[in-house]
Design a binder for this molecule. Structure first.
Ligand SMILES: [Cu+2]
Ligand SMILES: [Zn+2]
Length: 242
């Protein structure tokens, strides 16, 4: 008798759960959390997408502190992407931006941004005041741009103890070996570089670029000379800090 009661109890719990599941599928509701982190502000938004029984979709957007426009552009993107998808989805975007300052008597300045999304880190840099031609850009091991020659940043960031080389080379490369870029006759240069071998502030020391520095060189990286590609003076520097 006692067994029967327990069985009945279990059965009714089962029915309750399946009813709830049914209710969910006729009225799907998704919450997408958008997080944009920058070095000056942290912005958060929550988007709740729900549809009624007639299939009418409504979005409720709640934006919290700072960087409002940036969050809203992400919100549009994410709600479009997740339309018709019933899974509760979470996306987090982290962005850090720095100014590159002239070193070694140069006039080379610029901006660099790191954006982490879905396990990929995108580097975007814009440089001004360069000499025309090829210049090297690397991540060096310390976020210390205090010295006039930029040498306070140490050598190339090389957490995996490999040889210097072209990014992805079978013979080895440093995690800081971004490579070369071209500057125009006007002295401008731009770089975009994306990889899943970096992260912004994760626990993996072979991936985390926080605490390192971006260095731009006067010369070209020959992608072969050890330990740093013989790229010449360090002409612009930015610490990568949170
Ligand atoms: Cu370098
Ligand atoms: Zn290197």
């Amino acid at each position: 008798m006692k067994k029967n009661i327990i069985l009945l109890f279990c059965l009714s719990i089962g029915v309750m759960i399946s009813c709830q599941n049914q209710k969910k599928s006729t009225n799907p509701q998704k919450t997408v959390e958008v997080k944009v982190e920058r070095n000056d502000t942290i912005s958060k938004a929550t988007v709740t997408i729900s549809s009624d029984q007639n299939g009418k979709v409504s979005k409720e957007v709640q934006v919290f502190e700072g960087a409002h426009e940036e969050v809203m552009s992400k919100v549009d993107l994410i709600t479009e992407e997740s339309e018709g998808n019933e899974i509760i989805e979470r996306k987090s975007v982290k962005k850090l931006q720095f100014l590159l300052n002239p070193k070694s008597g140069s006039e080379t300045s610029g901006k660099v941004a790191f954006t982490e999304e879905n396990g990929q880190v995108l580097l975007e840099a814009a440089l001004f005041g360069l000499s025309e031609g090829t210049h090297a850009i690397h991540i060096h091991e310390k976020a210390d741009c205090s010295s006039d020659d930029g040498k306070s940043t140490g050598g190339h960031w090389n957490p995996t103890f490999e040889n210097h080389g072209a990014w992805g080379a079978k013979t080895g490369y440093h995690k800081g070996d971004i490579g070369n870029f071209q500057a125009t006759a006007d002295g401008n240069g731009a770089i975009t570089f994306s990889t899943d071998q970096w992260c912004l502030g994760c626990d993996d020391a072979t991936k985390n670029v926080i605490g390192k520095a971006i260095i731009v060189h006067q010369g070209e990286d020959d992608l072969a000379s050890q330990p740093s590609g013989a790229a010449g003076a360090r002409i612009s520097c930015a610490g990568i800090i949170e």
